[in-house]
Design a binder for this molecule. Structure first.
Ligand code: PLP
Length: 415
């Protein structure tokens, strides 16, 4: 009989978001059908794509319907027009070139697939808590042992993000080879300062390590002193790979477009010889990725236009204003909340003596508010829930009013 990849059986439980859906569905089944649910859980956008993006999609579709301008398979690494537009928009002052940008259909797959080109012996370090894809794909790829009782996989180096470190990972005292970092961080909503990122770049040089730097939320940074790209830090080109997605920055969660930036100066060892990571990723993508549709790449290019940017800026401001209103309401109810300034996520302490899944259940069952238990993002997420402000104003207002109501009815919930 055929055998499975045995590393899959090490995975602790379901992926976090299906587990939440399961709990919500089972509560709904037994609950009063008139109850309405508010989703501040999954970080999915709630605003339509900007009209200039929709127009670009229509024009591209029309082109594909014409005999003289049909498009078949495109280049695996993306059309030059999109790579050039991204380069001009973000990287032209950062000592990179357009062909160091690789277009894909998502940072979820890129941050997972990048492990393909690295040896199994590398020690992988991951911020804890973090976007669950980093841990799951490390486990699936066979770079970890089984999980211990705390839910930590043997072999993975967990980098605790605590109150003391502003919920960001700090360089460890031990050696690591591959390091997953995200800034602004999902789920804690906090972002690295220049100095903190410099300390990571110097750690990576000292240990000849490579940083996987996920910038999915960089468009939400409001503090202009914070770095938006790791390539703003001198020396990063030799030690970092950057991931960025159009999902949150331009509302592309349903369209799908992202990219990975690898400097040609980034090298890693193959026996005793140095190999170009840029070449290996190009090779990997050419074999395993069929490229992104022409239509979507036209849409992504349009999202970088001045006209589209105005709509996108307004949407981002709107999400962030909702985030501020929610944060203030929670603080007025004596909750302690972090994040929410440079990312639309609030990292909220659970009431005393309540685990993050218990608080998730309480909010679901008492006021039908869906959040994400911090524990689902890693062991250090215990004691927190994540609230996402990727919601409509109406949802945020209703969530605030239900939270206030909960505390009137149950003043004993002690924060
Ligand atoms: N990286 C982080 C940190 C995320 O939170 C998410 C989505 O929630 C992604 C990547 C996924 O990006 P994409 O939609 O491009 O796959």
């Amino acid at each position: 009989m055929a055998k499975i990849n045995s590393h899959f059986s090490k995975l602790c439980s379901n992926y976090l978001f299906p587990e939440i859906q399961k709990r919500v569905a089972s509560f709904k089944e037994a609950a009063d059908p008139s109850l309405s649910f508010l989703n501040l859980g999954i970080g999915d956008v709630s605003k339509p794509i900007a009209p200039p993006i929709a127009e670009a999609i229509a024009v591209a579709a029309e082109k594909m319907s014409q005999k003289e301008s049909i498009r078949g398979y495109g280049p695996e690494n993306g059309y030059a027009f999109l790579r050039q537009a991204i380069f001009e928009d973000t990287y032209s002052n950062l000592d990179l070139s357009a062909d160091e940008i690789f277009i894909s259909d998502g940072s979820k797959c890129d941050t997972a697939n990048i492990l393909d080109i690295f040896s199994q012996d590398n020690v992988v370090a991951i911020a804890d808590p973090s976007y669950p894809v980093y841990v799951d794909s490390t486990v699936m790829s066979g770079r970890s042992g089984h999980a211990n009782q705390q839910g930590q996989y043997e072999g993975i180096v967990y980098l605790p993000c605590t109150k003391e470190s502003n919920f960001l990972a700090l360089p460890p005292s031990r050696h690591c080879d591959l390091i997953y970092l995200c800034s602004p961080n999902n789920p804690t909503g906090t972002a690295f300062s220049r100095k903190q990122l410099e300390s990571w770049v110097s750690y990576a040089h000292e240990h000849q390590a490579i940083i996987f730097f996920d910038t999915a939320y960089r468009s939400f940074i409001t503090d202009q002193t914070l770095p938006k790209s790791i390539f703003e830090i001198p020396g990063a080109h030799e030690v970092a790979i950057e991931f960025h997605s159009f999902s949150k920055s331009a509302g592309f969660t349903g369209l799908r477009c992202a990219y990975t930036v690898i400097s040609k100066r980034l090298m890693a060892l193959d026996s005793q010889k140095k190999q170009s990571i840029w070449k290996l990723w190009k090779r990997r993508q050419s074999s395993k990725f069929g490229g992104l549709s022409y239509i979507t790449q036209c849409a992504a290019k349009a999202s970088l236009s001045k006209k589209a940017r105005q709509y996108i800026k307004e949407d981002i401001q709107n999400y962030m204003q909702g985030c501020q209103r929610l944060k203030k309401a929670l603080e007025d109810l004596n909750y302690t909340c972090y994040g929410g300034i440079n990312a639309p996520y609030l990292w909220c302490e659970t009431p005393q003596d309540m685990s993050s899944w218990d608080f998730f259940d309480l909010l679901l069952q008492r006021v039908q508010l869906i959040t994400v238990p911090g524990r689902g993002f890693g062991p250090a997420g215990e004691g927190y829930v994540r609230l996402s402000a990727f919601a409509t104003e109406k949802t945020i207002d209703e969530a605030i009013s239900r939270l206030m109501q909960l505390h009137v009815v149950s003043p004993s919930i002690c924060c």
